[in-house]
Design a protein around this ligand. Sequence first.
Ligand code: CA
Ligand code: CA
Ligand code: CA
Length: 388
Amino acid sequence: MRAPFFAYRHGDKVFSEETCPTGSSSISGLAFTPPGSTLPAEFDGGLFFSDYSRGCIWVMKGGAGGLPAPSTVRTFRAGASGPVELQFGPGNDLFYADFNQGRIMRIHYTAGNQAPRAVVSASPTNGDTPLDVDFNAGGSSDPDPGDTISYEWDLDGDGQYDDATGATAQFTYADAGSYLASVKVTDDQGASAIDAVAIRAGNTPPTATITSPTTGLTWKVGDPIAFAGSATDAQDGTLDATDLDWKLVIQHCPSNCHEHTVQTWTGIDQGSFPAPDHEYPAYVELTLTATDSGGLPDTRTIRLDPKTVVLSFASSPSGLTLSVNGTDATTPFARTVIQDSVNGLAAPTPQTLASSTYDFGSWSDGGARVHSITANADRSLTATYNKR
Ligand SMILES: [Ca+2]
Ligand SMILES: [Ca+2]
Ligand SMILES: [Ca+2]
């Protein structure tokens, strides 16, 4: 076994001055700057790494002996959406997979003039015809100090930016249909960027309903949980089961919460799943997304909390270390876990307490030094040690 080259704890920042959150952590990507990179020379030999739970990417500059230099670690990208798997790719740009939104994101470095960033919003984005829509691109910007930006709009979706100018625009959609309305933002050096928003004229979203389970249902591991739902739509009437999609996730909340997808179902209006086993604190969320024939969705989510039990741990003598689910603590201590979850116990041996050495003897439930228990009720367990 080798000690990690660089480590950070759940509760700690990666470095003290950063803004990235703490609490959860899951290092999910590593990439070294490739030879011939177009990045500034300061990143030569650098190591980029991402944390899915914290939504951040950091960089550590190259140091002595070809190794990254931990003392130089800095945030490279804060607020990255679900970054997993970092890779350098075409054009020596840095790419990451956005696990949350199913996208591949590219981080591109430009020397000299940088393109502006286009941001458009629209209200409303759907409704009966004639549909009057207000557009706003005032959140657009340019990263170069002193650059000014101008706006051109393609509001009828014909690909021609000939419908309006200025940071805001207004358009009336007389005919039903789906339109991609775009703004092109151009800086005074000629670099441009585009953002777009879909407008559904003559359509309104459906209304989804989760009919089962109902709020307040609690579960223990393995409980069969039946679910059912439906959706109605002003234009389509009652939607078919094929228009209903479901997602089951565990929200794991050691401090802040992060999401584990358990299962998805496509095109059904009812089903069932066994309640999952997971470390506590955690709860499950079941989400129904109904989509009408025009592509407009509606989403409902129900939170289902687990039943819990308390496992209490002691040792004889008291004050020794026991491990529960891989985490050590000094006796006596207690852990709240999901009812009927399987929990791994270990009694490290030998141990030293007050200058005496102790060897593991037995667990009060007769289990081996390392064994698992099913937490079907509140339980107390004692590990007895023998003094040498
Ligand atoms: Ca610029
Ligand atoms: Ca146009
Ligand atoms: Ca509709």
